[in-house]
Design a protein around this ligand. Structure first.
Ligand code: RNT
Ligand code: ZN
Length: 418
């Protein structure tokens, strides 16, 4: 049987459960994943400042061929995106600005420094998302930024965040789809703090300053990302989950949940329904923490599938903004993008191909036996045959065939970068 025939056979099986497979594939095509540019260069950026990656995050490994400038990063993204079905977005950080010969401080960044990115995205019909970069900088050297006791340092980062939101607005205007501008800061303490309230008060005031500046939310959506701890900030994180959930709710901005930013048995999949009851939109950084916030490439594991089910079952595909956040420097970086992004899409497809209405009904009837039977049996339904067909009709390689293209690109392009 060829791919189409296998698809027809699989489709029949799903249709027995009332699942309209064609409709599912149509719907899936409209789902945009925000692909993070920073997997392509291990979160280095192009500022040319010799700053080490800081902020309590780390990319480990030294696989050859990382992008050394924006043109290379865009070429690598082009390669990766050509192997991923659907039209997506690319997520940038302020350190990916192109300022030419001029050294532009982060608080002075302007839309024009991202004109090449916009032009590139426009030609390809891609959206762009944005992040101020509040780490890897001399003004973040002691691990404090927006909550710093020193007002000059806080003000610098406040200006950077305001500048970033304007860049986000520019992206949204130019590309005809809103940009998500997400603020994450590393602020915290290695050891037991003697004042927990002070830093949080300063962060709250700094955020108030940042969001006082009106930016059209037709073009730019603001988000804040919480965290539980970072390397060197094990005892206290200023921007904790409670802090940002409350801040976002009160100020009508988005909460961004990163799947690596909670205690190991605390699952983002379980948080989505609660968030969605109180906010119109919620944002995600889908990552894979292995023992800590290690940012491994996402695999098709139970939690990824559970997150996808929550989005699909709650009919929230247009309310959950799905962004990726992993950076593995020990494997081919293009492969990392392709593996992770394809997995995210595959997880959504898998969730859409479940008898969700029936499962919900069984729960309400208290029929937990049948609920478990169906959930388990669906795990071996022929998802792969539907997925392969989806890849084929979207002109992307089927199954592991895409690796051949990555290997060729590695040989022709990546291996020549020194
Ligand atoms: C860090 C946060 C943050 C970063 C990126 C680079 O723990 O997850 O989102 O990973 O902004
Ligand atoms: Zn994140």
């Amino acid at each position: 049987m060829n791919i189409r025939e296998k698809y027809e056979a699989a489709k029949n099986e799903y249709e027995k459960w009332g699942i309209d497979v064609e409709k599912v594939l149509d719907k899936l095509k409209d789902v945009k994943i925000s692909v993070h540019c920073w997997q392509g260069d291990d979160v280095t950026g192009f500022e040319n400042s010799n700053q080490e990656l800081s902020g309590g995050i780390a990319a480990t490994g030294n696989y050859p061929g990382k992008a050394r400038n924006a043109a290379e990063l865009r070429a690598d993204l082009d390669k990766a995106l050509s192997l991923i079905p659907g039209k997506h977005k690319v997520n940038l950080h302020a350190i990916y600005a192109e300022t030419g010969e001029e050294k532009v401080e982060r608080d002075e960044l302007r839309p024009e420094h991202f004109a090449n990115w916009v032009q590139w995205a426009k030609r390809r019909g891609l959206g762009l998302d944005f992040n101020p970069t509040i780490f890897s900088h001399e003004k973040a050297a002691d691990g404090l930024t927006l909550s710093h006791p020193n007002k000059d340092i806080r003000d610098f980062w406040i200006r950077h965040c305001i500048a970033s939101r304007k860049i986000g607005e520019y992206f949204g205007k130019e590309l005809g789809q809103p940009c998500l501008t997400n603020i994450w800061i590393p602020d915290g303490y290695k050891d037991i703090p003697s004042d927990r309230l002070g830093p949080r008060q300063r962060l709250k005031d700094a955020l108030d300053e940042i969001f006082k500046v009106k930016v059209d939310n037709k073009y730019n959506l603001d988000a804040v990302e919480s965290k539980v701890f970072g390397l060197g900030a094990e005892s206290y994180t200023v921007g904790s989950s409670e802090f940002y959930i409350n801040y976002a709710a009160k100020n009508n901005i988005l909460s961004l949940l990163d799947t690596g930013h909670y205690h190991p048995t605390e699952m983002v999949s379980d948080k989505l329904s609660a968030m969605l009851l109180f906010s119109n939109k919620v944002a995600l950084h889908v990552s894979r923490p292995v023992r800590w916030d290690s940012d491994h490439v996402i695999v098709l594991d139970d939690e990824l599938k559970e997150i996808a089910k929550e989005i699909v079952r709650n009919d929230a595909l247009d309310r959950v903004i799905i962004g990726l956040d992993f950076f593995d420097a020990s494997i081919n970086r293009i492969a990392a993008w392709v593996i992770g992004t394809r997995n995210m899409i595959k997880a959504l497809l898998s969730a859409m191909l479940m008898p969700n209405k029936k499962l919900k009904q069984l729960q309400d009837e208290g029929n937990f036996t049948e609920r478990l039977v169906l959930m388990e049996e669906f795990k071996t339904y022929p998802l792969g045959d539907i997925w392969n067909y989806y890849c084929q009709i979207n002109n992307t390689p089927v199954k592991e065939q895409w690796l051949e293209e990555v290997k060729a690109y590695e040989k022709e392009v990546l291996s020549k970068r020194k």
